[in-house]
Ligand binder design. Structure first.
Ligand code: C5P
Length: 233
């Protein structure tokens, strides 16, 4: 798979999401379904968007005991998403169990990627709340390596972290990167942002773009602009 743009469909209902996707006419963008949409519309929204021909990143960030995650992943596997994820903080044992649960009897499975440290967690919160006293960047890289060693396919990270992740975990280890904004666009609540073109330069494999597309006057044009700057086509 070449570099592609994933649209974060952060809507609170199936109706809004499908109406949004209808605007793309024949095009079938890669879609991210997160907690908000999944909890409001249920697994059926995954089946429906898949049936319309889109690829899906199911961003549910699982984190529980290994056995529970393994069983939950087996259920998610049957939804036929293309990418699913979990928190690397759940430990290597949890990530290995997740892979096992995700793998279908015929050996096929969705790609599995890990969230390292959430970008909303800064050094201070990590030290005060989590009692982790290492530099944040070292923690992110350590979690990425754990994910790699557990057999996962990649991580969610900032485009700015893509070069270091690829260097440490290999060029084939996927970096799926949110925090993307157009050079002339609003930044919103994202702290460290890059343009789609810069994300490409830094080696991101997929960019996850929400509001710059969903909030645009012309979302299809905004999507095309992302593709033109970032994608392999
Ligand atoms: O609207 P925006 O482009 O900021 O959307 C980015 C998407 O990526 C959102 O769905 C957000 O939850 C997700 N995300 C993020 N930062 C992370 C992990 C996920 O922005 N570290």
């Amino acid at each position: 798979m070449g570099k592609d743009v994933i649209i974060a469909c952060d809507f609170d209902s199936a109706e809004k999401t499908l109406a949004f996707l209808d605007r793309f006419k024949g095009r079938k963008p890669f879609v991210k379904i997160g907690m908000e949409l999944f909890y409001s519309a249920g697994p059926q929204i995954v089946r429906e968007i898949k049936a319309r021909g889109h690829r899906i990143f199911l961003d549910l960030k699982l984190h529980d005991i290994p056995n529970t995650v393994k069983k939950a992943m087996a259920v998610l596997s049957s939804l036929d998403a293309d990418i699913v994820n979990l928190h690397a903080g759940g430990t290597t044992a949890m990530m290995e169990a997740a892979l096992e649960g995700l793998t279908r009897p015929d050996g096929s499975r969705p790609l599995l990627i890990a969230v390292t440290m959430l970008t909303s967690t800064d050094q201070t919160a990590m030290e005060k709340d989590l009692w982790i006293e290492r530099p944040l960047q070292d923690v992110v890289m350590h979690y990425a390596e754990n994910a790699k060693n557990a057999g996962l396919d990649g991580v969610v990270c900032s485009p700015l972290e893509s070069p270091a992740v690829h260097e440490r975990c290999g060029a084939d280890f996927l970096t799926v990167t949110p925090g993307v904004r157009f050079a002339d666009g609003a930044v919103g609540d994202q702290k460290r942002v890059t343009t789609p073109a810069k994300a490409r330069e830094l080696g991101s494999d997929y960019i996850v773009v929400g509001r710059p597309i969903t909030g645009a006057g012309d979302p299809v044009a905004a999507y095309e602009r992302c593709l033109a700057e970032f994608a392999d086509r």
